[in-house]
Design a protein around this ligand. Structure first.
Ligand code: CP
Length: 322
């Protein structure tokens, strides 16, 4: 595997989940695999979970790790070709990415969308140029349109905690309120991974959102779409709570009806569902504090599984570059 940027980069998702859970059971089994190999982590945006879980996973595999907070510590990057760089940008991505590739065996990149130009964001221009010019394997630490390490950890968490084997769990992605315009990367990616798992008969997948918040259909093949939260929650075994801004009216926060925050009252409609969220979460805005602190919350367990998800990805890449 030379690139981990979406579910399409994984041939066998069940095998990948098994690999991650084997690493969870035996974290240091491959400590010699990463000896004398270096992982570089490049952040254009803030992070807690992705940064720490990826560093820890690399250390478990015996790798060296370097972190670059490019947005704060790096030169201002130019990404367009053919421009005279007589403005604020100091270094072109062609040189910056190529130089980082000289120092690292694997690179990770986090680059959020600007949410102003849909075509530009959905073309993944920055991420794709970084991949092209660095010339080493790349792990997405969240790009403009996807967050595959989060989604892999989410699927691992569902598989690990679902005890009624032989019965498919009902998984609901439920839109939630927020005060800011957030990217569609997490819900796009979650939908993509759940749709793939649904195709493989692992679960049933529903998306609940107010009118105007439909995700791009490319990411939701086979998903059941509901505009009524209560109907969607009926019989749910897992509820994945997440806000996102509008794809149609790109990057906008639209008005929506009351009652989209998940709380203990709505939990009663479900099949005693487990509650998931990628974090960070705004308490009592996206998700009630009572649910977050209650027995149905999986959010900390889910964040813990970020480590095994990325360790499985790095292990697969290391095995191919040795
Ligand atoms: N869920 C997630 O990616 O968290 P961070 O943004 O803190 O890395």
């Amino acid at each position: 595997m030379k690139l981990f940027s979406s579910v399409h980069d994984v041939q066998n998702i069940k095998q990948f989940i098994d690999d991650a859970l084997a690493l969870k059971a035996n974290p240091y089994a491959f400590q010699s695999l990463g000896k004398n190999k270096t992982l570089g982590l490049v952040f254009m945006n803030p992070s807690l979970r992705t940064r720490l879980s990826t560093q820890k996973a690399a250390l478990n595999l015996g790798m060296n790790v370097m972190v670059m907070n490019m947005d704060k510590e790096g030169w201002a990057l130019e990404t367009q070709d053919g421009v005279v760089m007589n403005g604020t940008t100091v270094e072109h991505i062609r040189e910056a990415a190529a130089v980082m590739g000289q120092y690292c065996d694997i690179l990770g990149l986090r680059s959020f969308p600007k949410l102003t130009n849909r075509e530009e964001d959905y073309n993944e221009d920055f991420f794709n140029k970084f991949v092209k010019y660095c010339a080493v394997p790349v792990v997405s630490l969240e790009s403009a349109t996807r967050h595959p390490l989060q989604s892999l950890a989410d699927l691992i968490t569902i598989q690990e905690t679902w005890s009624s084997k032989g019965v498919k769990p009902k998984v609901v992605l439920a839109w939630a309120p927020h005060v800011k315009a957030l990217p569609q990367a997490v819900p796009n990616s979650f939908a993509e991974w759940m749709c793939r798992a649904q195709q493989e008969n692992m679960l049933d997948f529903t998306i609940a959102q107010p009118e105007g918040y439909e995700l791009c259909e490319d990411y939701t093949p086979g998903a059941k779409i509901e505009y009524n939260l209560e109907s969607a929650l009926s019989g749910a075994d897992y509820v994945y709570v997440k806000n996102w801004s509008s794809y149609k009216e790109y990057g906008k926060v639209l008005t929506y009806p009351e009652g989209w925050m998940m709380d203990n009252e709505k939990l009663k409609i479900t099949n005693n569902a487990k509650i998931m969220h990628c974090l960070p979460v705004r308490r009592d805005l996206e998700l009630s504090a009572e649910l977050l602190d209650g027995p149905n919350s999986l959010v900390i367990h889910e964040a813990g599984n970020r480590l095994w998800a990325v360790q499985a990805v790095l292990k697969t890449m290391l095995e191919e570059i040795k």
